[in-house]
Design a binder for this molecule. Structure first.
Ligand code: HEM
Length: 478
């Protein structure tokens, strides 16, 4: 390979990278040590804030191939035309641990997919489970605090999360999944993904349907027991993904939709916008619409994975948010976190930049640099709207359909909602072995918990299914 000259950031040559300039052989450093000072200063700035949740992860590029034309229900171009291919970026993550944590923990896994469509980025920022611990976003920062380290000792303490979940009965469905055999996926290739929330798809006539996104692993599901997980290297899941792609073993997921009409949503047995609930597959069968393949590793982890900014608020025409309260809060939270983490112009970074041109009157700010976007650069001389210039930007005539709203603007207390039927349904679906594994994991996790926490979780298990409660009671008795 051709040798490159060693230069400073301004391009001038570095003369010596082993010895600094001193006043005399044994004297102090002098201020003309420009290379040394630049090197030390840059090193001081290598770290940026980690993500407040999902800090530890890895990512890769790939392709989404549409197998079923969806033009009857959506105007989104990437969902039209069988065989249509769209570039994607996927970031997988654990949730609770910081960047210094371990891949092989009992935790939810993040499964965030960016579709670089010709009409902008659509980000499906999901998890490996179809539901979540919460149905109201006001609890989210507390969830994060409860699963993260003790603020005094800086040591993780599993009892705190259980204390928190036990006081929120709506968490029990997700807790049951977390404590089941699926609680520790073998690695990112061997787990399913879910958009989790309900989303809207609409066509040019303004007809809207509600959908849930599912990604089923072609590699199958492989999980780890606590004992197996403890024996693996801390970077196991990240290495597994990168190595598989380097070997040409490209992981694939089948992408499916559940579709519910607005009329069906009005009378469905559960609130279709409650993130602690699933839609029964019997009522709304999975419809396979495409495949997602990961086939290219990143060139630089920091630039492309750490600086990636996936955002549930990134929609394209034809796809929209539902009134799920959790999703609504996420529409605010991510871009806010990303402006703090990466600065105002993070969407100009290569991993975040849409493949279509971006034109607006936002300007300046830290690190503004849109030279790569020719058309945007052309109109950089005008920065207000409306204006009299011939190249004034045109707003779109295409807008998402209006939603009908009923009820009063007030706090709606959901304490009395059914939090346990679906945890019970899931329990009854498990084989006896898997029930045993679930209850053993839950009992182990509760071993050091306070009495009230144990009592509450046991009560919830009984509410879900008597056998679930009886099995947990027998474990406590041991
Ligand atoms: C009100 C609820 C929630 C809030 C306020 C919230 C907030 C956040 C924030 C601030 C980040 C860091 C973003 C960044 O710095 O780039 C994050 C990351 C993430 N969240 Fe959430 N979150 C919520 C619920 C959820 C739910 C329900 C899911 C999945 C269904 C989810 C999946 C993820 C994933 C996968 C990431 C990592 C994205 C990536 O790989 O870059 N979050 N969340």
């Amino acid at each position: 390979m051709k040798k490159c000259p060693f230069t400073m950031e301004n391009g001038s040559p570095v003369v010596d990278d082993n010895n600094s300039i001193t006043a005399g052989e044994r004297g102090a450093l002098t201020f003309d040590n420009l290379h040394l000072f630049e090197k030390l200063a840059h090193f001081n700035r290598e770290r940026i804030p980690e993500r407040p949740m999902h800090a530890r992860g890895t990512g890769a590029y790939g392709t989404f191939t549409l197998n079923k034309d969806l033009s009857d229900i959506t105007a989104a171009k990437f969902l039209q035309g069988t065989g249509k291919k769209t570039k994607v970026f996927v970031r997988f993550s654990t949730v609770g641990g910081g960047q210094d944590s371990n891949d092989n923990v009992r935790d939810i896994r993040g499964f965030a997919v960016r579709f670089y469509t010709e009409e902008g980025n659509f980000d499906l920022v999901g998890n490996n489970t179809p539901v979540f611990f919460l149905r109201d976003p006001v609890n989210f920062p507390d969830l994060a605090h409860a699963v993260k380290k003790d603020p005094r000792t800086n040591v993780p303490d599993g009892r705190r999360a259980l204390q928190f979940w036990s006081r929120l009965p709506q968490a029990f469905h997700q807790l049951t999944i977390l404590m089941s055999d699926r609680g520790i996926p073998h690695s990112y290739r061997y787990m399913h993904g879910f958009g989790s929330h309900t989303f809207g798809l609409y066509n040019d006539s303004g007809e809207l349907v509600w959908v849930k996104f599912h990604l089923k692993s072609n590699q199958g599901i492989k999980n780890l027991t606590d004992e197996e997980a403890a024996k693996l290297p801390v970077f196991h899941a990240q290495k597994d993904l990168v190595d598989a792609i380097d070997r040409g073993e490209y992981p694939i997921w089948q992408v499916s939709l559940q579709i519910m009409t607005q009329k069906e949503a009005e009378t469905y047995k559960v609130n279709p916008f409650d993130l602690t609930k699933v839609w029964s597959h019997k009522d709304f069968p999975l419809i396979n619409v495409g495949t997602l393949e990961l086939n290219k590793n990143v060139d630089n982890y920091f630039m492309e994975v750490e600086q990636s900014a996936l955002n549930p608020g990134n929609f394209v025409y034809g796809v929209c948010a539902s009134p799920d309260k959790m999703l609504q809060a996420r529409l605010f939270a991510y871009a806010d976190a990303q402006r703090y983490r990466l600065g105002a112009n993070y969407n100009q970074l290569s991993v975040n930049r849409p493949i279509c041109p971006v034109h607006n009157y936002q300007r300046d700010g830290l690190m503004a640099d849109f030279r790569n976007d020719e058309q945007r650069a052309e109109m950089s001389g005008i920065h207000f709207y409306p204006n009299a210039e011939s190249h004034q930007l045109e707003v779109s005539k295409k807008a998402p359909p209006a939603l009908n709203i009923t009820g009063q603007n007030r706090i709606y207390n959901t304490e009395a909602d059914d939090n346990f039927s679906q945890a019970g349904d899931l329990f009854r679906l498990l084989t006896q072995d898997k029930k045993e594994e679930l209850v053993t994991n839950l009992a182990n996790a509760l071993q050091d918990a306070d009495v009230k926490t144990k009592e509450l979780i046991l009560q919830y298990a009984y509410e879900a299914d008597k056998a679930y409660g009886d099995m947990l009671t027998s474990k406590f008795a041991l």
